[in-house]
Design a protein around this ligand. Structure first.
Ligand code: ADP
Length: 397
């Protein structure tokens, strides 16, 4: 069975065509600058040259049309006809409180996704446009939605309720939703397999550390706490997002800096995080380089970032009454030995140890704690596309 996985962002689109009989990737790629001058499609088929196709793509439907054209192209394609695609899996960001698992898309689902636009005004609209486009471009095959929020719907009320007037939850559904759910679910399952245990018997803390970053506490395979909240702005410091701050800072800087609501939103989402502290970059590679060269604010940014991850790990161990393994994933988590080491340093009191030798690794599935570490520490490269494709197969059986 061939499954097409689609992830529509506001001006970009990622795709992967997978053969699910052996979970191999037949084609993958990325469209950038949709609706902006200079739009292009980067397309890749294993064993063939990478292609960059520069052609105007005014909206997601035009972009998907180009993607499908590339996939079935005689020269650069992977299959000979669209009939060879049996189902499509879509990454959808927000399902509110509606779905705790992936679903086959029908009219009811579409209506609920529309309702959730108020909760994810930047993300759900392109997801919805992508679904509608695919339904038209390859009619008659199932489309499946896999939600970023779904995995965290198992959180107990005490973990998702905010200490603000309860009426605001009832009226506007203001609560913690959490994101990166597909990634946390994937790495927790892989970690259990790597440890030779059933995920149902484990208490895991998964650290998804990329440009966006979140930590999740996963007990018995279920998310019981996570650091992102009502929006992806809460929790860890991130590339450019502030994460946890005193909420009073918001109105304070609005007044002192004479900022509108949109402007303050921009400061907290796009100018904060490790970029805001360091003034160097939102990319951890640049910050690590600057820190190594002695830039004090870059050092401070890394220390502040790592410290928060450390605190979340300890807090979530407390929330679960223990932890069997800590997992690192996503760009920074998979690649930065330095940050992994600094995050785990100081957690020895609760049984977390990291071996310098084992930690000297990038982008591979490895246990980086020494054999006698009470708590195992693992690097597990995430694979959200594979998780989406697996759900798609499962739901179309
Ligand atoms: P997202 O999907 O959230 O955009 P990724 O998971 O791809 O992000 O992570 C991207 C981030 O990972 C980059 O901003 C970069 O800071 C960090 N990163 C990637 N490789 C390395 C590396 N070798 N060392 C340190 N940081 C890295």
């Amino acid at each position: 069975m061939n499954v097409l996985v689609i992830n529509c962002g506001s001006s970009s689109l990622k795709y992967q065509l997978m053969n699910m009989s052996d979970e191999s990737v037949l084609a993958k790629g990325l469209v950038e600058r949709i609706g902006i001058e200079g739009s292009q499609l980067k397309h890749e088929v294993p064993g063939k040259d990478k292609e960059v196709i520069k052609v105007p793509m005014n909206d997601h439907k035009e972009a998907l049309t180009e993607v499908l054209k590339a996939i079935v192209d005689e020269k650069i394609g992977a299959i000979s006809s669209l009939d060879q695609i049996q189902a499509v899996g879509h990454r959808v960001v927000h399902a509110g409180e509606y779905y705790s698992a992936s679903v086959v898309i029908n009219d009811d689902v579409m209506q609920r996704l529309e309702e959730c636009i108020t909760l994810a005004p930047l993300h759900n609209p392109p997801n919805i446009i992508g679904i509608k486009a695919l339904q038209e471009l390859i009619p008659g095959i199932p489309n499946i939605a896999v939600f970023d929020t779904a995995f965290h719907q198992t959180m107990p009320p005490k973990a998702y309720i905010y200490p603000i007037p309860y009426e605001l939850y009832e009226k506007h559904r203001i609560r913690r939703y959490g994101f990166h759910g597909t990634s946390h679910r994937y790495v927790s399952q892989r970690a259990a397999e790597m440890l030779g245990k059933d995920v149902k018997d484990l208490k895991l803390i998964s650290c998804h550390l990329g440009n966006g970053a979140s930590v999740a506490a996963i007990e018995g395979g279920k998310s019981v706490a996570t650091s992102m909240g009502f929006t992806p702005l809460e929790g860890l410091a991130m590339g450019t997002r502030c994460g946890d701050i005193d909420p009073a800072i918001v109105t304070f800087i609005m007044e002192k800096e004479n900022l509108s609501m949109n402007e303050v939103n921009d400061v907290l989402n796009k100018k904060s995080g490790v970029f805001g502290i360091s003034g160097v970059s939102s990319d951890f590679r640049d910050i690590e380089e600057a820190a190594a060269a002695g830039n004090e604010r870059a050092v401070l940014a890394l220390e502040a970032f790592d410290d928060r991850v450390k605190q979340y790990i300890a807090a979530y161990a407390a929330a679960m009454g223990g932890v069997d393994a800590v997992i690192f994933t996503a760009g920074l988590g998979e690649n930065s030995a330095l940050n992994r080491k600094n995050i785990c340093e100081g957690l020895e009191f609760m049984g977390v140890q990291v071996s310098d030798e084992l930690n000297n690794v990038r982008g591979k599935e490895v246990v980086i704690s020494p054999a006698d570490s009470k708590v195992k520490v693992l690097v597990v490269p995430t694979n959200e596309e594979l998780m989406i494709a697996r759900d798609t197969v499962e739901l179309t059986k």
